[in-house]
Design a protein around this ligand. Sequence first.
Ligand code: XUL
Length: 511
Amino acid sequence: MSYHLGLDSSTQSLKGLIIDPAAGTIVGQAAVNFAKDLPQYQAAYSPSGDPLEKHADPLLWLAALDLLFTRMQAEGAPLAEVVGIAGSGQQHGSVYLNAQAGGILASLDPARTLIEQLAPALARKTSPIWMDSSTSAQCAEVTAAIGGRLQTDTGSPAIERFTGAQIRKFYQQEPAAYAATARIHLVSSFMASVISGAHVPIDYGDGAGMNLLNLKTLTWDPAICEATAPGLLDKLPPAVPTHTVIGRLAPYFSKYGFASDVAITAWTGDNPASLVGTGATRPGLAVVSLGTSDTFFAVLEPYRTDPEGCGHVFGNPTGGFMCLTCFKNGSLARERIREETAVDWTFFDVTAFEKTPAGNHGQLALPWFEAEITPPVLTPGLRANFAFASAAAETKIRAIIEAQVLSIRVHSQWIGNFETIRVTGGASRSTGILQTLANVFQAKVETIAVQDSAALGAAMLAAHVVGHHSYESLTKALAPATATLMPDPVTGPVYQELLGTYLQLEAAAKA
Ligand code: XUL
């Protein structure tokens, strides 16, 4: 048997998923939930007390790795059959290691834990993560030094949570600790280094979330690195395509029952891995993930950047590029309106749409209860073009959903048109939302049952790179469409007109 393991080190958990690519099945699965299983370590907190700051204790991720494999072994997961391992990490988070780290990684003793051995390798006790937005000053400084090229060359304008700004803040606030840092890893390349027992490279998928990788040359940009922090270039691992075998499983892990010659492929970010796990690695197909925040991602060909600066460009793990846009007021807004209208989910997901026509007679409500990322609107609040408070529940619900979907359409137009939209996440149960997506985009909508798309995508990456399985066959078996909805062509012109109304409301909100 030749199985492949995908690992996903996310904000709240570490997941492992083993696939049998020949049979197209998942043959083992386990997770460590940080809050429940390892409450003694912090997953997202502010060391300084600044609410904009969010760090994690990197020892948490090490404890989770030992615990996950202990659990998988105890549950009888077929670890001995695994021939390839890939992984993904929460994007943008960084780990700071000292000059001893390389030697420690190379000589991990199976009789001791990862934490015991690797704690002395940390040059910084905490790791800033993607939830951190405390670096506006650093973003402004790097932008002033580099100008518009920062966005057009790295794929994103300076972003607070991106690693470059975080590194700059560390260099400014703790210069001695920065100087003692020999290697800066992303969460993904840190975990991959531990698994491999050596410092390993960063892949283009996750590396693009640092504001440091020049996506035109696919190398670290020396001028941007130097403007971020002096000597930074020397502290970064090499950047490589995701389809790279970066090492072999460290002997330390044989205690969990792994074989001796397991290939490790480059780890990537959780969003790039999800592109693979949702089967969206070809142009013309986009994924809308309806979660706490809604995200939109798709292959991007050829390389270009969002004129508005809202969408980010990352490396597509299968080659070329992908884009990702995050809409902060996703399920948070939907849940709030459901509570306010005091209806059940069946009414919210289905009945409200049966009782109202597509286009809602031109009535729209932008539900930006929290400051929105896409489009950038800092003042929270609901913006409606009708008497929202006194309207019927069904009118309010359609007004919110149509505004959300029109926003996704408007802010993805720079990427191109899509013939198929795959929908995941909790709210993909809503036929009202699914049909609205189909009608607004005039595209086929597919639902997929994949739960852990990042871990699955990582396992599929390993199966492709190490086992030479095609993405087409892996997607067909492991991420098939569970339902398909077609657009109603009659609604095309209705939404074309409503798009104009939406743009007027958005312009007023931004003014
Ligand atoms: C993407 C981002 C998040 C994290 C979540 O830019 O910040 O989606 O990757 O883990």
